[in-house]
Design a protein around this ligand. Structure first.
Ligand code: HEM
Ligand code: HEM
Length: 136
């Protein structure tokens, strides 16, 4: 497995642990702001999306019989989505204290950029994949 895949899987696991701890906390305390939003997005952008990114970087080039289009762009997506997600969490915490919506908006855009890096890389990787010969 490439290092970028291994790092995405590690990050996914860490977000999963934190999200589950927040979920258990909320089960006792109720849906506490900003834990609900952090729980949701650590689960969906952290655990699920990052696991998918990591696995996709490993599997899709093999499915399409080509090299990954850009290893550098894959690393960019790793760094940018992590900065974006942690910044979004900070933004939600600051918003709960009454002063964080600009921080949240900024890091939401960063997160979107990281996701965009992944999307471009995948489009380019699967594009023009050789078609398997038809069965006779
Ligand atoms: C031990 C595991 C988990 C626990 C204890 C837990 C607990 C909770 C609690 C207490 C809430 C607040 C519910 C409310 O509004 O009253 C919540 C919301 C939510 N959880 Fe979890 N959760 C867990 C795992 C997950 C996982 C694995 C995912 C997704 C992959 C997930 C996605 C969500 C979402 C999307 C919401 C927001 C739902 C809404 O807007 O109403 N949770 N969770
Ligand atoms: C750049 C990426 C994303 C941004 C900036 C973003 C931002 C937001 C914001 C601002 C809210 C409203 C929170 C509030 O009520 O104060 C929200 C809610 C929600 N988002 Fe996202 N989101 C993103 C990606 C996703 C993805 C990929 C999923 C699912 C796979 C998702 C699922 C949800 C759900 C279920 C809620 C309602 C529960 C909650 O309030 O936490 N989001 N999101």
């Amino acid at each position: 497995m490439s290092k970028v895949t291994v790092w995405f899987i590690r990050c996914a696991m860490i977000y999963f642990v934190i999200a589950i701890l927040l979920g258990i906390h909320m089960s006792a305390a109720g849906p506490v702001y900003p834990y609900l939003q952090i729980h949701t997005h650590f689960n969906l952008l952290g655990w699920m999306s990052m696991m998918i990114f990591g696995v996709a970087y490993h599997i899709l080039p093999r499915f399409s019989g080509r090299q990954l289009w850009s290893e550098k762009l894959a690393y960019a997506s790793l760094y940018i989505t992590n900065i974006g997600l942690l910044g979004m969490a900070l933004g939600w915490i600051l918003t709960a204290k009454g002063s964080g919506s600009a921080v949240h908006t900024l890091f939401s855009v960063v997160e979107g950029l990281g996701i965009f890096c992944f999307i471009v890389n995948m489009f380019k990787t699967v594009k023009a994949a050789p078609t398997p010969p038809a069965k006779k």
